[in-house]
Design a protein around this ligand. Structure first.
Ligand SMILES: Cc1ncc(COP(=O)(O)O)c(C=O)c1O
Length: 379
């Protein structure tokens, strides 16, 4: 099976983890700060707050922005559910905005229609690896007390008008799950230039306690205060050791992803029923995912059959994502109905995610393209 995504673990990663395992610190020790600083520097941000998943990063961001019951948070309909679940954790109400058909990024025109007096934040998901239109979103938010969280879990290393992802929003969240650009097994980080927000999130990830074990040991004290209800969202030193080693390859892996995407684009240019998602000329794409839309009017099969055909051929295609409000939790809790975001719903019936990872070989990629091309003969 050729998977849609795959991690790369080398000898240096294993050596870095082994060194951490043999050290005095398995959990919150010196490697946490080292990883935070290194990842923040790669992305051009001042502060990094490491946590144990991308979901925890989103939750920390919601808490830092003080999202509370009654607050509305605008989220694109096409994203992983965690983007909106994080608002729900804090009692907020997710409001779904539609996406642009060519990119599946949050559509600022739809956001504009969804803003109310209760809107407190917009989650700009950098879907598949391409930054959302952050300037347009910022213009909508300005002067209205609306903050922007970039859910950049797909997009470390991408740029928007020459600016790096990680610097585009008030807070930017990342995931280090194995299918992402670099992995810590599970893990995540929030980047920001705001030192107060960062300090709040460091406390939040440690139960809401105002110091950690290591800082108390250094200052020779045993007492601490829990000043808010936080969580245990700490990312252990051992996993940070893996992140530090992985980060050394990130630029090379990004280059490889972009080269693979360019090759897919070139090969699909002659296939009339395949439309790869567009990348806007003012942006670079980190290509977490390579997503195509099938022009079903030119085929005798639907997306389900197309997916099954690829699976039967040993290709681990995937679908990212059903509109979040289709999930029964969202229907039942918030009463969302089909028809809410027509572009997202139309896209959902046509999208397929094809294999995309830095070690995908040209022959495997040729095989994927050939197998997709065969769809025209199926009925
Ligand atoms: C857009 C998006 N947001 C958030 C997450 C959550 O990240 P994690 O799986 O690390 O909790 C993911 C991960 O799949 C994601 O793709």
């Amino acid at each position: 099976m050729i998977p849609y995504g795959r991690q790369i673990i080398g000898d240096e990663d294993i050596a870095s983890v082994t060194e951490a395992l043999r050290s005095a610190w398995l959990t919150t020790g010196p490697r946490v700060g080292d990883f935070e600083r290194a990842f923040a520097e790669f992305c051009g941000a001042n502060e990094g707050v490491a946590v144990n998943s991308g979901t925890a990063a989103l939750h920390a961001a919601m808490r830092a922005l003080n999202i509370r019951p009654g607050d509305e948070v605008i989220v694109p309909a096409i994203t992983f559910a965690a983007s909106s679940n994080a608002a729900v954790y804090e009692g907020g109400t997710p409001v779904f905005a539609d996406v642009e058909p060519e990119t599946l990024l949050i559509d600022p025109a739809s956001v504009n229609q969804k803003i109310t007096a209760r809107t407190r934040a917009i989650v700009a998901v950098d879907y598949a690896g391409q930054p959302a239109d952050h300037d347009a979103l910022r213009a909508l938010a300005a002067g209205r007390g609306i903050r922007i969280i970039a859910d950049a879990c797909h997009a470390p290393g991408a740029t928007y008008k020459g600016r790096k992802v990680g610097t585009l929003a008030d807070l930017s969240t990342f995931s280090f799950h194995p299918v992402k650009h670099l992995t810590t097994c599970e893990g995540g980080m929030v980047l920001t230039d705001d030192a107060d927000l960062a300090a709040h999130m460091r406390r939040f990830r440690n139960h809401g306690i105002d110091s950690d074990h290591r800082s108390r040991e250094t200052s020779g004290t045993f007492s601490y205060d829990m000043v808010e209800l936080g969580y245990n969202y700490r990312l252990p030193d051992v996993q940070c050791a893996l992140g530090i080693a992985q980060l050394k390859h990130l630029q090379d892996w990004l280059d490889k992803r972009q080269a693979i995407a360019a090759r897919y684009d070139e090969m699909f240019a002659d296939v009339p029923f395949v439309r790869p998602l567009a990348t806007r000329p003012d942006r670079t794409n980190a290509y977490h995912l390579y997503v195509i839309r099938l022009d079903l009017g030119r085929l005798k099969v639907d997306r389900r059959r197309a997916f099954d055909h690829l699976k039967a051929a040993g290709i681990g295609a995937n679908v990212h994502y059903a509109p979040v409000y289709h999930h029964s939790f969202y229907r039942e809790r918030f009463g969302y109905q089909p028809g809410l975001c027509p572009n997202a719903e139309a896209a959902y019936s046509e999208i397929l995610t094809l294999p995309m990872f830095p070690t995908l070989s040209e022959s495997d990629q040729d095989y994927v393209v050939r197998t997709v091309t065969e769809l025209k003969h199926l009925s």
